[in-house]
Write a protein of this length. Structure first.
Length: 123
């Protein structure tokens, strides 16, 4: 082995050993709990709202699909709004029977807590 190879390997070995020693020493230090910043708090709130909104969107989609499958309700233009599992139906119905039927169909969908039927009966 020539003198240049030992010249470079000893410092590299010492550096590597020092780095390992520092990492091990850092692992033993207690970590103070971190207080969330305002931005992190806002982000967490936004994520919570998005998950609720995603649930509401899924409920709305299932209700629209159920209304579209029903031959009596399919031709009706019923707008469905969902907020925290509370569903509102908007639009028109040809008669009281169709209006009540739309409520029953929406109420059977998984995740629906209540249905506020705001359909207006055409007379």
């Amino acid at each position: 082995m020539n003198r240049y190879s030992t010249c470079f390997t000893r410092p590299a070995g010492l550096f590597a050993a020092s780095a390992v020693a520092m990492l091990l020493a850092a692992c033993e230090q207690p970590v103070a709990p971190k207080t969330p910043s305002k931005a992190e708090h806002k982000f967490e709130r936004a994520m919570a709202k998005m998950s609720v909104s995603a649930d509401d969107l899924a409920i709305t989609s299932r209700i629209k699909a159920a209304l579209a499958k029903d031959p009596d309700l399919k031709p009706l233009r019923i707008k469905v709004d969902t907020r925290d599992g509370l569903v509102s139906l908007h639009g028109t119905a040809p008669d009281q029977s169709s209006r009540e039927h739309a409520t029953r169909v929406a109420a059977t969908v998984k995740g629906v807590l209540s249905v506020d039927n705001l359909l207006v009966v055409n007379s």
